[in-house]
Design a protein around this ligand. Structure first.
Ligand SMILES: [Zn+2]
Length: 292
């Protein structure tokens, strides 16, 4: 059943959470172009210097040197084939977070990959790997074959027919697939998708600011229409910092502070096809974020 006809499908976010614009970050808040140190290469040295007090970037647990792993913020498997040999974002993480997120990222990647347009040759290997992961024919052992078979059954169970691309739950980035003639929705576990984007936000935040998101700050994740995002971001675009990790992984960052409050907004553009947003707010901030 998982044949070539699934090449271009609509992703379906089971959470069906509506997303709306609540306000404008530019009102009364001082915007600053981030002028931040880059810590990508510094993870290992930092751990050595400070091995007694390393915190997990994600769960904030204090870790000894032996418990500390180096985690790729965006897993290596998400980078397209044409990514140059650049420093990828890496952060200290505990073993448990590293393992848990790695499983969630692989699951989400395999499902999103069935929705991306392989007209872009650099993402074709990602799609091929995803298809294989659901195909028992490519198994290396009987146990592996069963594992792939079960994954395929779960995928097939989650297939939905989409009659309206504007229905809540359709990931905005993939709505245009409907216009191209696809009405097949692939279920994406909403909780796992949220966790992966929150992980990216926390990881990139660490790389930009040199420390994890503090425990009393809030991290939120949003999925919005491109037009809605464009409207919300027009005024503040000039203040954004743009980081490109090759042509397929791009992050925009806005940072705003006002006395003891701060908001940092992240926009992820993956494979030029999948977009997600995240906000980090200090506890004193009033929730007047760009997207919510
Ligand atoms: Zn952890």
């Amino acid at each position: 059943m998982v044949g070539t006809h699934l090449r271009s499908v609509v992703a379906w976010d089971e959470s069906s959470r509506p997303v709306v614009i609540q306000g404008n970050i530019a009102n009364g808040i001082k915007l600053e172009r981030p002028d931040l140190r880059c810590h990508e290469a510094g993870v290992e040295s930092m751990q050595k210097e400070n091995s007694e007090h390393v915190q997990c970037t994600y769960c904030l647990k204090a870790m000894s040197a032996i418990e500390t792993t180096v985690d790729h913020v965006i897993a290596r498997s998400w980078y397209p084939a044409d990514t140059p040999p650049i420093a990828k974002w890496k952060v200290p993480a505990c073993n448990e977070c590293n393992r848990r997120y790695s499983a969630a990222e692989q699951n989400i990647l395999n499902r999103l990959a069935l929705c991306i347009d392989t007209g872009d040759k650099s993402v074709e290997p990602i799609v091929r790997r995803a298809r294989r992961s659901f195909d028992p024919k490519h198994a290396k052992s009987a146990r592996d074959a069963m594992h792939r078979f079960n994954k395929r059954q779960s995928l097939i169970h989650g297939i939905k027919q989409i009659s309206n691309p504007k229905a809540p739950g359709v990931l905005p980035s993939f709505r245009e697939n409907f216009g191209k003639g696809s009405s097949t929705g692939i279920s994406i576990p909403a909780g796992a998708l949220h966790d992966v984007i929150e992980k990216w936000v926390r990881g990139v935040h660490f790389c930009e600011f040199g420390h994890p998101v503090p425990a009393d700050f809030e991290v939120s994740v949003q999925f919005v229409d491109d037009e809605v995002a464009a409207r919300a971001f027009t005024e503040i675009m000039q203040f954004a910092k743009r980081i490109q990790k090759g042509p397929g992984i791009e992050v925009l960052i806005w940072h705003a502070t006002e006395t003891d409050e701060s908001i940092t907004q992240y926009a992820f553009n993956i494979w030029r096809q999948f977009r997600a947003y995240g906000t980090v707010e200090s506890s004193g901030a009033n929730g007047d974020t760009i997207l919510s």
